[in-house]
Design a protein around this ligand. Structure first.
Ligand code: F0G
Length: 449
């Protein structure tokens, strides 16, 4: 039985550029006519929105793994995959948190974050990976592969292991965090650290899939995008189907913004929601090709660049899905913004201080929101959701260096870094002496009062 049993499995591949509708995808998931990206469309969809909402709500009470998954629970909006091929770690089901301190920081009355770092491998990638890895399994592949800044590879390695497939990881040497590298090792991937950057890894992988029968699991794979859509569906359910005014998301390879935006448009078309939130995309200043594409070239072209940021997850200079992201940016009326290394570090510490925390790439959302509020694009009383993409523990190095005051040592930001000192909480090393601890406590209390 197909997973999408209540649909007639009407998913159709469609080229975003020339409109070709191939029956199946090539190894590199590019259109064989024009080389552009493919997406799934659902021409025969005719769902009753109220019936869908109750079906999805009811599944939460059912103990079957696929109904417990925060991705497969929404399978009517996914391409059909035969149930015996589904690989799930009960992904999705991520919390929506109030961030009162961050709201104040950004100049808003209230602020919420959907924490996609609360997924099984601690990043949003799991929501797309469960669908795409299942499709690899259905296709009978022995090997799956990806190029990654660390989170995709961690997620892919886990799902491949669960599905008894081998995984090949291409990562840029010295440019991903230890937390992420350790995950792909433990989940048993063949991990190749290439002496290049992420974009260089993508280039090699694109060649490799033409030579070897490996299944490509980067976000050019449209199954990834379909799975990642469910974060937006789940978010709307958590908001009782009342859309927020704004959703703010980090932009790297731009698959996630494309996915969230696609879900919003589809939910609007299916009348699951009555209006579209504005979807805004934030990039690090040192890895801002999409920001420049929109602000300098009106979205007409994208100039690849050599990316440089300590938010290593989004250190990407040639984002594959930029045209898809541009489409949803325009369709929802969102903004694009860039933020500096200092702004990222400051915003990350603020999110931590709200008792939530995230990895640096996720913190660009709060830093960008602050700028958008200052510019008047976001109003004080509007409802805003940040998408936090990765867990705090993904990159402990960054966090410890920040709190010790070492993060910007030897960088162009060394002088300005003093402005983040108020947020730093370096560990205090003391003798094993009660009076010393009491003195430290009194000192901290006097600082706080
Ligand atoms: N946030 C985190 C934590 C990420 O790992 C990524 C991307 C992004 C944001 C950006 O998402 O690429 O869809 O625009 N990480 C990829 C990886 C590229 O290989 O793990 P995007």
């Amino acid at each position: 039985m197909s997973i999408a049993q209540t649909t007639k499995s009407t998913a159709q591949l469609h080229c975003i550029n020339c409109g070709a509708t191939p029956a199946s995808a090539a190894q590199d998931f590019r259109c064989t006519n024009c080389g552009d990206l493919l997406e799934f469309v659902f021409p025969e969809w005719s769902h009753d929105p109220q019936a869908l909402k109750s079906l999805w709500a009811n599944r939460k009470t059912i103990l079957k793994p696929l109904d417990q998954s925060g991705v497969w629970r929404f399978r009517e909006m996914l391409p059909g995959i035969a149930e015996e091929h589904a690989i799930t770690l009960r992904e999705g089901n991520t919390p929506l948190y109030d961030l009162p301190r961050c709201a104040h920081f950004a100049g808003l009355d209230a602020l919420q974050a959907k924490h996609q770092g609360m997924n099984p491998t601690a990043s949003f990638k799991d929501t797309g990976m469960t669908v795409a890895a299942s499709s690899a399994h259905a296709g009978g592949f022995r090997w799956v592969a990806c190029a990654s800044t660390g989170n995709t590879s961690a997620s892919m390695a886990a799902y491949a292991a669960r599905g008894n497939m081998h995984s090949l990881v291409l990562i840029p040497e010295g440019k991903i965090s230890w937390g992420k590298l350790s995950q792909s090792l433990d989940y048993g991937a063949l991990t190749c650290q290439l002496r290049t950057d992420f974009d260089g890894c993508v280039g090699i992988l694109n060649e490799l899939v033409r030579r070897k029968p490996v299944y490509l699991l980067n976000s050019v794979n449209p199954y990834r995008i379909e799975g990642q859509k469910t974060a937006a569906i789940e978010l709307m359910e958590q908001l009782e189907w009342e859309p927020p005014d704004h959703i703010i998301i980090p932009g790297g390879n731009l698959g996630n913004s494309s996915a969230i935006g696609k879900a919003l448009l589809e939910m609007r078309d299916l009348k699951l929601i009555s209006r579209l939130p504005k979807l805004s995309i934030i990039q690090a200043q040192g890895a801002n090709p999409f920001y420049r594409s929109v602000t300098e070239f009106g979205g007409k072209k994208l100039d690849p660049m050599t990316a440089d940021t300590q938010a290593t997850a989004i250190q990407i200079g040639n984002p594959a899905s930029w045209k898809k992201a541009l489409r949803v940016l325009n369709a929802t009326g969102g903004a694009v913004e860039e933020v500096s290394e200092l702004e990222i570090a400051e915003a990350k510490a603020e999110i931590g201080a709200d008792g939530i925390g995230c990895e640096p790439a996720s913190a660009v959302t709060l830093a960008g929101l602050k700028k958008l509020t200052r510019k008047g694009f976001v109003k004080r009383s509007e409802t805003v959701i940040l998408i936090l993409t990765g867990h705090l523990l993904k990159d402990p190095d960054f966090t410890i260096k920040f709190h010790r005051g070492d993060l910007f040592t030897g960088t162009p930001y060394e002088q300005q870094a003093a402005q983040t000192a108020r947020l730093q909480r370096a560990p205090v090393v003391l003798d094993a002496d009660l009076d010393a601890v009491v003195a430290a406590l009194d000192q901290a209390e006097s600082r706080n009062s």
